[in-house]
Design a protein around this ligand. Structure first.
Ligand SMILES: [Zn+2]
Length: 277
């Protein structure tokens, strides 16, 4: 071994220090992205996001549908509590003056926590209260008023031939088929995107059954069970067991003068669910 090949430790350290900047410079160059590489990464991220977002939207909509069914189930528990305390008679939709300013609504009668934003003003409930459907697209002007209530109370029990007010539940032959509430929009007979963004506390027409949850509606029955229902059942049904039908197949003129819920032959299956496709 020649003397030239023998290095002291000091010389090795010294030479490392000399080489280090050159090595770092080389690595730094190799870590830099070119514009094309950056664009490729961005497009891959965009493609992945595009693939995942529909799945995330579907999961969100499913979660909202489940939340809506849970809420209407809570309505059912409160409703059952009221029936138990009042000799099994249905509560009125609202009690007191019909101008909505001083009346007490069914959800207050059954003890659901609906604090009034302005005492004595029935138009103003707390915003984001429990009776809003999570899939509602409520117009700002209706936040906190009675149109923010998504769960309409079916006022016409089949088989009774009368309003639900103070009617005995024992008159209902099939409680599991008696719709008491469902997720509702404000619409009556005429399609209206704006009215479908609102709700109603008072289910007066079959057309008010809302289909915000992948074309299904949360429905509550007198026996307390709550499910997501298809429109074929809620809007059309069959004569014998239509949830609004007292069973004689008479055509409802969809006016308040006909106080009995019967099959409305003018109702058809919805083709347009706007804005809730
Ligand atoms: Zn809903």
């Amino acid at each position: 071994m020649s003397k030239k090949n023998v290095f002291s430790s000091r010389e090795i350290i010294g030479s490392s220090r000399l080489r280090l900047p050159a090595v770092e410079l080389t690595n730094r160059r190799s870590e830099n992205f070119t514009l094309i590489e950056l664009l490729v990464v961005i497009s891959i991220v965009a493609i992945l996001a595009g693939m995942l977002l529909p799945a995330l939207n579907k999961a969100r909509n499913t979660a909202r549908a489940v939340a809506c069914v849970n809420t209407i189930k809570q309505v059912g528990l409160a409703f059952a509590g009221y029936l138990g305390d009042h000799q099994d008679t249905f509560p009125p939709t609202q009690y007191g003056a019909l101008d909505n300013l001083t009346s007490t609504f069914w959800f207050e009668l059954v003890g659901l926590p609906m604090k009034r934003g302005i005492p004595g003003n029935a138009y103003k409930f707390q915003p984001n209260h429990m009776l809003q459907c999570p899939s509602m697209d409520l117009p700002a002007a209706n936040i906190g008023n009675y149109d923010s209530i998504a769960y309409g109370y079916n006022q016409y029990p089949p088989g009774t031939g009368t309003w639900a007010f103070f009617t005995k539940t024992s008159l209902i032959k099939k409680p599991s088929r008696q719709l008491t509430h469902c997720c509702c929009w404000r619409e009556t007979n005429v399609f209206s995107t704006v009215e479908r963004r609102k709700g109603t506390y008072c289910l007066t027409y079959p057309q008010q059954a809302a289909f915000r949850h992948s074309r299904r509606s949360a429905a509550l029955y007198l026996d307390g069970h709550a499910v997501l229902e298809e429109q074929q059942w809620l809007r059309l049904g069959k004569k014998a067991n239509y949830p609004f039908n007292r069973g004689d197949g008479t055509t409802n003129t969809s006016t308040m003068t006909n106080a009995e819920w019967v099959r409305d032959t003018t109702i058809s299956v919805l083709a347009d669910f706007s804005p809730y496709q």
